[in-house]
Ligand binder design. Structure first.
Ligand SMILES: [Zn+2]
Length: 213
């Protein structure tokens, strides 16, 4: 009789800790608050334990095998991603984008044949995202080491306030290189992200890109 409450208490505490830990872990994802984290945890444990296990294994596998491309900084399982491995690409153009999805969006237009650099984010002082939190330093190193071959830098960050801020900072920081800098044309609606813009609009924005002073 005396053991039961202690046992029950211990079990409850352990269970709560496990659930709490899982909820807290999910909150490392952007835009996931306590409510949605709890909802996801209940869903996975109640309705889809197979999916939950698959997710856990895929995450572990990705953490161990996926790294930054040596050239463009995107995420890849190889030392150099498949786009950078393409030796037919034009080394004189370097297009800077925020995310791998933006790179894919530009690739789908079939217009751009130059090289890329993926920042893996943007500047956002409110969320504590400064140059050190994105691929700013590797970008500067890359440009310095390829200064002679790069003839144009295309600032293709998104047309959101953060993307504009990032483009501005890049333009200021890269002025010293003397390399011609262009920005995608304004056909892309203000506030929009490249990956959600239709192909024709991106194609026009690329073709009509403007010199950035
Ligand atoms: Zn790459």
């Amino acid at each position: 009789m005396t053991d039961k409450p202690i046992c029950t208490y211990t079990m409850t505490t352990l269970e709560s800790n496990g659930l709490e830990e899982l909820c807290q872990s999910l909150r490392c994802l952007p835009s996931v608050g306590p409510k949605s984290a709890t909802k996801m945890v209940y869903h996975l444990l109640q309705n889809d334990r197979v999916g939950a296990k698959r997710l856990a294994l895929a995450l572990l596998n990705a953490i161990e095998t996926i790294k930054h491309c040596n050239y463009c900084y995107t995420l890849t399982q190889d030392e150099v991603c498949h786009i950078c491995q393409d030796t037919t690409r034009d080394n004189s153009q370097l297009c800077i984008v925020e995310s791998p999805s933006d790179m894919v969006a530009l690739e789908r237009t079939l217009i751009y044949k130059g090289r890329y650099f993926v920042l893996m984010g943007h500047i956002n002082p409110i969320e504590g995202q400064g140059p050190n939190q994105i691929g700013f330093t590797p970008l500067l190193e890359k440009i310095k080491s390829h200064k002679d071959s790069i003839k144009e830098i295309i600032l293709a960050t998104n047309f959101t306030p953060e993307g504009e801020m990032t483009a501005h900072l890049l333009a200021e920081s890269l002025k010293f290189t003397g390399i011609r800098m262009t920005r995608l044309a304004r056909g892309i609606p203000i506030g929009s992200e490249l990956e959600f813009v239709d192909l024709a609009t991106i194609s026009h924005a690329l073709s009509d890109r403007q010199l950035r002073l």
